[in-house]
Design a protein around this ligand. Structure first.
Ligand code: 13P
Length: 252
């Protein structure tokens, strides 16, 4: 039985004062809510603050990107070892906002996935189709390509207990959520694809849905078979909204 997981992706938002208020409220309000796992993926400069405020709570923290190299002359990059030093448990890799704007290749994403795993950080590997791909009927082909590029180079062991996020590009930041049935169908497809490549990992990999999740649609989405939680953008910046989504994942 997979535990549900709700992850907030703060993207490039926050400041020290707001973060402190948000995190203190979440720690307080989610105390004792233990039927699911919770995490926030914060901008790099706030990892230390997240570590200070979340240590000892039931909310884990992580980052939104990681370097493919261990160390060295890579200006502007942050290594997995550095994330580890700040207690990061998760790192998002391959988010469409990064792969599009910063030209991340599939090979690059595969390396990020592998290096995170090697350092004991759980990668949250994002896949999802564009509206054009969905409307022209090549959605499964597009998702399969993204999955295969990473999963075929990672051994089955690397996939064990990893996290995949299905984030249809057309649903991110648009208030156009996939219907529970659309999301379920995509998640089943992803799990089947994982099973085809690494049969042992298919049952342990958690597949999150991301794209305009809010407190009103969370319960329905998160109760669908094969949907193991959510990757939450805007609503993770509001303590009350994020808490309600976390509670929805617990069925309360
Ligand atoms: P929104 O929840 O703001 O649509 O963002 C989703 C997302 O990109 C999470 O990674």
């Amino acid at each position: 039985m997979r535990r549900k997981l709700v992850v907030g992706n703060w993207k490039m938002n926050g400041n020290l004062a707001q973060n402190e208020q948000l995190l203190r409220t979440l720690v307080n309000d989610l105390q004792g809510v233990d039927h699911a796992d919770f995490a926030v993926c914060v901008p790099y400069p706030y990892l230390f603050q997240a570590q200070q405020l979340l240590q000892g709570s039931n909310i884990a923290w992580g980052a939104q990107n990681v370097a493919t190299q261990e160390s060295g002359a890579h200006t502007g990059e942050v290594s997995a070892q550095m994330l580890k030093e700040f207690g990061a448990s998760y790192v998002i890799v391959g988010h469409s906002e990064r792969s599009n704007a910063y030209c991340e290749s599939d090979a690059n994403i595969a390396d990020k996935f592998a290096i995170a795993k090697q350092h004991g950080i759980t990668p949250i590997f994002c896949v999802g189709e564009t509206l054009q791909e969905r409307e022209s009927g090549v959605m499964e082909y597009a998702i399969a390509n993204q999955l295969d590029a990473v999963l075929s180079v990672s051994g089955g062991a690397l996939l064990d207990h990893a996290v995949i996020a299905y984030e249809p590009v057309w649903a991110i930041g648009t208030n156009k959520t996939a219907t529970p049935e659309q999301a379920r169908a995509a998640h089943s497809f992803i799990r089947e694809r994982v099973a085809a490549l690494h049969p042992g990992a298919a049952e342990t990999v958690r597949i999150l849905y991301g794209g305009s999740v809010n407190p009103r649609n969370a319960a329905q989405l998160l109760s669908m078979p094969d949907i193991d939680g959510g990757l939450i953008g805007r609503c993770s910046l509001d303590a009350a909204d994020f808490e309600r989504i976390c509670r929805a994942a617990c069925g309360i």
